[in-house]
Design a protein around this ligand. Structure first.
Ligand code: AOS
Ligand code: ZN
Ligand code: ZN
Length: 386
């Protein structure tokens, strides 16, 4: 009962990969090194370009400032273009400086808020040089104990700081604002949920949109509902894709719950967000124990499989079943799409485009990992755990 996705529909998929996925990362217990880890942003881009070269799915790379600080942004941009990719979203960092111990944009001290706002203005400068469209703001702000600070005053300070940053965003730029229900703050987070992010984005204006990180909800949350609602409101700016078993695990997207990923993509397509450049699909993952480039290849392929399954949904039959209130038939149509083995179709689709039918095997056979392990000595951490 499933339908066959068209090549044009499959071709609308674009996924941004994060520079930090190629660096070493870990937990507070240990950061394990991996041979061949990039030593600088130029090498991270070389790794990211391998993902795109083998899959055709990942034409842009998200940067993190200052993890990806370079002297010459123009050189980094040209390097990316020479490798066949482009620089993407710039992520700010207001969580690794001692001054931000009690928050950044919502901090009680105006001096610290000034510093946090200025950091974002610096990020906007970087965006001019990199040609990036999006400034992504994720804040570690919050409190650990009831009474520690005024929840309400923090919202007011946050709104003021955000509006100062937003005032510096150019017409071609966007601010995308991420929410997270806990961690690193444990009692309250200043942007804990999509509603709070939405409220701030609406107050800021047209070019402020919500970022939905799939790992940032309480267990059991119906994430596809949030996708549907934000698309309806025209405020879904970007996804951070990853998967989680417990908290913000940042594991490979589609690894923990491929059915949830499928349901999310079904709503993305239904709401007109699929293939819309205004809904940027980004990976936000850390490969703590697995090889990093293959980890990213697996990730983009998992998203592609979820998209192909969702595009296999027989919309017309589903519309009829829904109109008839035929609960079981509607659910069966949905499950038929999910159960479709799209791997042969995708292999054929890649071959038709001159890409390897099996990108993972092709990459592993290319000798790239062995070569960089020989060439690169002393690779650095992604920033997490630094
Ligand atoms: C943190 O939990 C978030 O998911 C952010 O998206 C963060 O900006 C990203 O992990 C890199 O800093
Ligand atoms: Zn994220
Ligand atoms: Zn996260």
């Amino acid at each position: 009962m499933a339908v066959t996705p068209t090549p044009e529909a499959l071709d609308r998929l674009r996924i941004e990969v994060p520079s930090w996925a190629f660096g070493n990362s870990g937990t507070r217990f240990r950061v394990f090194g991996t041979p061949g880890t990039p030593r600088d942003p130029f090498e991270k881009l070389a790794d990211a370009a391998e993902v795109h070269r083998h899959t055709g799915l990942a034409p842009t790379v998200a940067l993190h400032y200052p993890w990806d600080r370079v002297d010459d942004w123009g050189a980094l941009r040209r390097h990316a273009e020479d490798l066949g990719v482009q620089l993407g979203t710039v992520n700010s960092n207001t969580f690794q400086d001692d001054d931000f111990k009690f928050g950044s944009l919502a901090h009680p001290d105006p001096r610290v808020r000034r510093k946090a706002v200025d950091h974002h203005l610096e990020c906007i400068e970087v965006m001019h040089a990199t040609g990036s469209r999006d400034l992504k703001v994720w804040l570690a702000d919050g409190t650990n104990y009831p009474g520690q600070d005024s929840i309400r005053e923090r919202q007011d300070r946050l709104a003021e700081s955000l509006s100062e940053i937003y005032a510096h965003i150019d017409a071609e730029h966007r601010m995308v604002l991420e929410y997270k229900f806990f961690e690193p703050a444990f009692y309250h987070t200043d942007i804990p949920d999509w509603g709070t992010s939405y409220v701030h984005c609406v107050a800021l204006g047209e070019r402020a949109k919500v970022v939905l990180d799939t790992g940032h909800h309480a267990p059991g949350t119906n994430i596809e509902f949030i996708v549907a609602q934000l698309l309806r409101l025209g405020k879904l700016g970007a996804f951070d894709f990853n998967s989680r078993f417990y908290a913000d695990d940042d594991l490979i997207v589609g690894a923990a719950d491929p059915f949830q990923l499928f349901r999310i993509v079904v709503e993305l397509i239904a709401g007109g967000g699929y293939g819309d450049p205004d809904v940027q699909l980004v990976l936000d993952q850390c490969h703590n124990i697995e090889a990093k480039v293959p980890g990213q290849i697996r990730s983009v392929l998992n998203v592609q499989e979820a998209v192909a399954k969702a595009l296999s949904l027989d919309d017309e039959a589903l519309a009829v079943a829904r109109r008839d209130c035929d609960v079981l038939l509607a659910n069966e149509i949905m499950m038929d799409a999910f159960a479709t083995d799209v791997r042969p179709l995708l292999a054929e689709h890649r071959a038709a485009k001159g890409l390897p039918e099996d990108p993972m095997r092709a990459f592993l056979a290319s000798g790239y990992l062995e070569r960089v392990a020989d060439e690169r000595v002393g690779g650095t951490q992604a920033g997490w755990g630094a």
